[in-house]
Write a protein of this length. Structure first.
Length: 449
């Protein structure tokens, strides 16, 4: 793991740290990708710089017809934004398809871009929307369109001393409609086998402009120029749509891997492109969009509180304590600066109800509440708990009075082997805080992690 974990209090402090440590440092926001990369040895930073306490970086703003997303905007914040759902639906749809609620509560759109996997869901719609990113360092700022930002598989133009501070893209106009479709090997918590974003302008029934982007079929996201050009000026009959799907295949350069052979991916490009375009023709792209999605925010507004903490460095060598509150009790923990929150809770605080099932954020057995939001403890660095409030499954009960969900699990004999039970209980409890009378769809959404 890392040697030193910095938590700057101001943006200029973060930029100074990046200038000082450069390639030895990694910025962390959601950590949902970075921690897995570190655990697998793909990244070995000496220094981690946590920007989650910096103010005003989780804003979503619409200025002069252009959206601006700060680097701390999470996937669930996008899903909950009425403006983005209305005028940037392809991005909202992609964010809804990312992981599970706990992942979407921590994972950021900026992090999804920086990881730069061609299978990452938000890159494809942002490419179709004409997005650009602004990068900042002590040397100054620069803004790049996505086709200049992405250089290859997991490679970007971001320099070691730069921080992505803004994602901008034009809002959809009244004559435009767009959508995003993903194909994975399961309904949730799935990496895209392929994904497609479509953005069309209409004059009546006739297409006036078109952008089609394809993900997980090449080293970076690609457009389908022949399919785009073919649509312009045409009414989208079934025959035209079938031809669009076939032309889109020409832009794909997929590979064989464990999720699918290249030939299957090509067929998916044809099918999903046609499906996306057909939904825009029929105005049915939002038919299954949830009116009230389950976000596992509970009573919060989905934003982690920005508390007034001085800049802090948690170093393995200096062993600064992590001061945190767990289940209403204050703790001062030493020796956990290079651990995850899961291991801090189990090994240092002694609360073993939170389980380690996968250590990759896929099973949900480690679900806890961080400042009121459900998160995966295996994907939260332990120093992030400094100054924060944590609730574990042990903290749901009030004295001898179990939480109603706990009581119901016992009375209905719902424990099975028991290993995943804490995750089910925590997710269900947070759902009921958010929706006291949830629908079946909301229940399914909340338990998808």
């Amino acid at each position: 793991m890392w040697q030193t974990y910095y938590t700057p209090a101001r943006l200029d402090e973060a930029l100074d740290l990046l200038a000082r440590y450069a390639a030895d440092a990694r910025v962390v926001a959601g950590a949902t990708d970075l921690l897995i990369e570190i655990e697998k040895g793909l990244r070995q930073p000496k220094v981690v710089i946590d920007i989650t306490r910096l103010p005003d970086l989780d804003r979503i703003e619409l200025r002069d017809g252009v959206f601006h997303l700060g680097p701390l905007v999470t996937h669930n914040q996008v899903v909950a934004s009425a403006q983005l759902v209305e005028r940037a639906y392809p991005l909202a749809r992609a964010c809804w398809e990312v992981g599970a609620p706990q992942i979407r509560n921590r994972g950021t759109v900026a992090g999804n871009l920086i990881t730069a996997s061609p299978a990452n869901d938000t890159i494809t719609p942002l490419w179709a929307l004409g997005a650009a990113v602004t990068l900042k360092s002590v040397r100054g700022e620069r803004t790049l369109p996505l086709d200049q930002f992405f250089l290859g598989v997991r490679r970007t133009a971001l320099q070691p001393d730069e921080l992505l501070i803004d994602i901008s893209f034009p809002a959809l106009k009244a004559h435009q409609r767009g959508t995003f479709i993903k194909f994975g090997l399961r309904q949730t918590q799935a990496i895209s086998v392929i994904n497609v974003a479509a953005l069309l302008g209409f004059e009546g029934d006739r297409v006036t402009n078109a952008r089609l982007t394809l993900g997980s079929v090449a080293p970076t996201i690609v457009r389908a120029p022949e399919a785009e050009a073919f649509m312009v000026g045409k009414v989208l009959t079934d025959d035209v749509i079938a031809s669009v799907g076939e032309l889109a295949v020409r832009a794909a350069r997929p590979i064989d891997d464990v999720r699918a052979p290249a030939a299957y991916r090509r067929e998916l490009v044809r099918v999903l492109t046609a499906r996306a375009v057909r939904s825009l023709r029929d105005r049915s792209e939002r038919a299954d969009w949830p009116a009230q999605p389950a976000l596992l925010w509970g009573a919060t507004d989905g934003h982690f509180p920005k508390i007034n903490l001085a800049a802090r460095a948690h170093s393995v060598a200096d062993d600064q304590p992590i001061e945190t509150t767990v289940n209403g009790q204050p703790y001062s923990v030493r020796g956990a600066s290079d651990k995850t929150l899961l291991h801090l809770l189990r090994e240092d605080v002694g609360l073993t109800g939170t389980k380690e099932g996968c250590a990759e954020g896929e099973c949900g057995a480690c679900t806890v509440f961080l400042d009121g939001l459900a998160v995966m403890a295996c994907l939260v660095p332990a120093p992030r708990a400094h100054g924060a409030t944590i609730v574990t499954v042990e903290g749901l009960a009030r004295g001898s009075d179990l939480h109603p969900v706990q009581s119901s699990f016992i009375s209905e004999v719902g424990v099975q082997c028991g290993f995943c039970t804490p995750g089910f209980v925590m997710s269900a409890a947070k759902l009921l805080e958010e929706f006291p009378q949830p629908t079946r769809a909301q229940i399914e959404q909340s338990l998808s992690g």
